[in-house]
Write a protein that binds this ligand. Structure first.
Ligand SMILES: Nc1ncnc2c1ncn2[C@@H]1O[C@H](COP(=O)(O)OP(=O)(O)O)[C@@H](O)[C@H]1O
Ligand SMILES: [Mg+2]
Length: 481
C-alpha cells in the first residue's frame, strides 16, 4: 500500500513538480519508478497521470476539469516528462548512498550507466527536447571512481599494514569483552579503546565515519568530497594520521603518539543504515587509524589557551612548528594540542598533507615570544640535513598519499630550508607559507630550491619596505595623515 502511494506521489510530482516538495519524494522508489517510466507508452502514461490527478483532486470538480485540460495538452506533457527524466537523472547521480564495497560500487556504476543510456534515448525521442545530460553523467562517474579508488586504497593499506602489535592489542582488548567508548561531542566519529579496568589505551578513527564521510553522525556526505578542507578528501584522513606519525618518527621529534592502520570489529561502530539505537546492532568490521592514548594530558583550555601556550617549553614550541610545516597541518587549534604542563603532544593530524595549498591554520603561533628569534641550532641542523626524497620514500613504503601531496610537501620544505638558511624566525617563516610565496614554487622540481631562495629574498625586501613605510607613517604628524 505504501509502495503504491509513493508511486502515486511520483506521478503527482510529474504533473505538478513545482507544487510538491522534493523531500517528500522517497529516493528508494526512484529506480522502480524510472523503470516504469521507461516501459510506459505515452497513452498509458497519460492514463496513469490522469488517475493520479483524479485521486488527488477529488474534492473540487472545477479544479479537476482544469487539470484535464492541462493534461491533454501535449506540450505540457512533453515538458513534464522531460522534467521527470531530468529529476530522475539528478536522483540517480546522488553518490551519497553508494556502497562501501568496491565490487558492489563498480556494479552500481555500471547499472546506473545502463539506466542513463536508456533515459538519454528516451529523452532524445521527445521532439524538441534539447537537454544534454552528458556533463551530469560524467561528473557522477568521476566522483564514483574517486570513491572506488579511496575504498581500494583503504582496504589495501589496512590489510597490508594492519597486522601490527598495536592493532593486535586493540583487537584482543575488544575480544575480551571490553566496550569501546565513542568520543563524545565530536564531529568526526572516533572511539576510545579501553581495557576491562576502563583504562584508556587507544583512539580508533574509522575512515567512513570521518567528518563528511558516509557514516558520520553529524555532517554526512560521501567519500571523496572536499567539504571540510579543499586539500583533503573525506575518507582519506586515516592515511594522514599515519603519515604524520611517520614524519615525526623520521625527524625524531617524538610529539605525535604512535599511529598505525587497524581493522577492528564491534557492534558499537556506527552505520547509518542501523540508526542510533543500540539494540539489534550487527557486528561491523571497520578500517581506519589507531593511535596510542597518552594518559595524564589534557588539551589546552579555550578560555586561557594563550597563557597555557606560553607555558610550553621553547623546544616543544619549536617541534610543533617544524612538524606542522612539514606535514602541512591545517587544523592545529588548541584542542588538537595536548599538554602535561610543559611537553606537547600533537594529535588529530587527519587534516594535513593537503594536495592543494591552502591557509595553513596555526592560531597558536602568534603567542610565542620565543617564535620571534631564529630556531635553535640543533633544530636548524635537523632541517638543513633533511633529505626530502628519502622522507618521501619512507612515507611511500608505509602509507598512502597522493603524488600531489608529496609535491606540496617538497614546496613547503624548500621554503622552510630557505628561511632557515637566512636565519628567519618562525613568525617570519610563517609568512612564507602564504599565497604570494607558495605561488613562486608551485609545481617546480629542478629549480625548486633556487626559487624558494628568491621567494625569501623577495619577502625580506618587502618586509624592509613595510618597516620603512611604518617608520615614515609614524613620523608623519596625525593632522597631516
Ligand atoms: N592520543 C591521544 N591521547 C590522549 N587523548 C587523546 C588522544 N587523541 C585524542 N584524544 C582526546 O580526544 C579528543 C578528540 O580527539 P581528536 O583526535 O581531536 O578528534 P576530533 O577529530 O573529533 O577533533 C581530544 O580533544 C583529546 O582530548
Ligand atoms: Mg580535534
Amino acid at each position: 500500500m505504501i509502495s503504491f502511494l509513493k508511486r502515486l506521489y511520483f506521478f503527482c510530482y510529474l504533473n505538478r513538480p513545482w507544487r510538491l516538495k522534493n523531500e517528500l519524494f522517497d529516493r528508494q522508489y526512484a529506480y522502480p519508478n524510472l523503470k516504469l517510466l521507461i516501459k510506459l507508452k505515452s497513452n498509458e502514461w497519460l492514463t496513469a497521470t490522469k488517475q493520479a490527478q483524479l485521486i488527488k483532486h477529488q474534492g473540487s470538480i472545477k479544479h479537476l476539469a482544469n487539470r484535464f485540460i492541462n493534461l491533454l495538452s501535449f506540450n505540457r506533457l512533453k515538458f513534464r516528462t522531460q522534467m521527470a527524466i531530468y529529476f530522475s537523472m539528478a536522483l540517480l547521480c546522488h553518490d551519497g548512498e553508494n556502497p562501501l564495497d568496491p565490487i558492489d560500487l563498480l556494479e552500481r556504476i555500471k547499472m546506473k550507466q545502463r539506466t542513463f543510456k536508456k533515459l538519454n534515448a528516451k529523452i532524445n525521442s521527445i521532439q524538441g527536447c534539447e537537454q544534454n545530460f552528458d556533463g551530469l553523467i560524467d561528473s557522477y562517474t568521476r566522483r564514483s571512481l574517486v570513491q572506488y579508488r579511496i575504498l581500494k586504497e583503504v582496504i589495501y593499506w589496512t590489510d597490508f599494514k594492519g597486522k601490527n602489535l598495536l592493532a593486535k592489542k586493540a583487537q584482543e582488548v575488544i575480544a575480551s569483552g571490553s566496550f569501546p567508548k565513542k568520543v563524545g561531542g565530536r564531529t568526526s566519529g572516533a572511539y576510545f579503546i579501553l581495557n576491562k579496568l576502563r583504562d584508556y589505551l587507544f583512539i580508533f578513527k574509522p575512515f567512513d565515519e570521518e567528518i563528511f564521510g558516509p557514516n558520520n553522525t553529524t555532517v554526512r556526505s560521501s567519500l571523496g568530497c572536499r567539504l571540510m578542507r579543499k586539500g583533503v578528501l573525506s575518507g582519506e584522513s586515516c592515511h594522514r594520521e599515519v603519515a604524520a606519525y611517520i614524519v615525526d618518527h623520521y625527524l625524531g621529534l617524538n610529539i605525535v603518539p604512535k599511529t598505525v592502520y587497524a581493522k577492528l570489529s564491534h557492534i558499537i561502530f556506527h552505520d547509518n543504515a542501523e540508526g542510533n539505537r543500540l539494540v539489534n546492532r550487527r557486528l561491523k568490521l571497520k578500517r581506519g587509524s589507531l593511535q596510542q592514548y597518552i594518559p595524564n594530558t589534557r588539551h589546552l583550555k579555550p578560555a586561557n589557551h594563550i597563557q597555557e601556550l606560553q607555558l610550553l617549553s621553547p623546544i616543544s614550541q619549536e617541534k610543533l612548528f617544524v612538524l606542522d610545516i612539514i606535514i602541512g597541518s591545517v587544523d592545529r587549534h588548541y584542542e588538537n594540542i595536548l599538554t602535561d604542563g610543559q611537553d606537547v603532544v600533537a594529535i588529530d593530524n587527519g587534516l594535513s598533507f593537503v594536495d592543494r595549498h591552502e591557509q595553513y591554520f596555526w592560531i597558536w603561533y602568534h603567542h610565542f615570544d620565543h617564535a620571534k628569534s631564529p630556531l635553535s641550532a640543533s633544530m636548524q641542523a635537523c632541517i638543513l640535513d633533511l633529505d626530502v626524497e628519502k622522507l618521501i620514500l619512507c612515507l611511500k613504503k608505509s602509507c598512502h598519499l597522493d603524488e600531489r601531496c608529496y609535491q606540496r610537501l617538497k614546496e613547503r620544505v624548500a621554503l622552510l630550508v630557505a628561511g632557515v638558511k637566512k636565519q628567519l624566525a618562525p613568525t617570519q617563516i610563517r609568512h612564507l607559507l602564504t599565497d604570494d610565496y607558495l605561488k613562486m614554487v608551485l609545481d617546480l622540481n629542478n629549480q625548486l630550491q633556487t626559487k624558494a631562495e628568491q621567494a625569501v629574498d623577495l619577502y625580506l625586501q618587502r618586509s624592509k619596505n613595510t618597516r620603512y613605510l611604518t617608520m615614515v607613517h609614524r613620523a608623519i604628524p596625525t593632522e597631516v595623515c
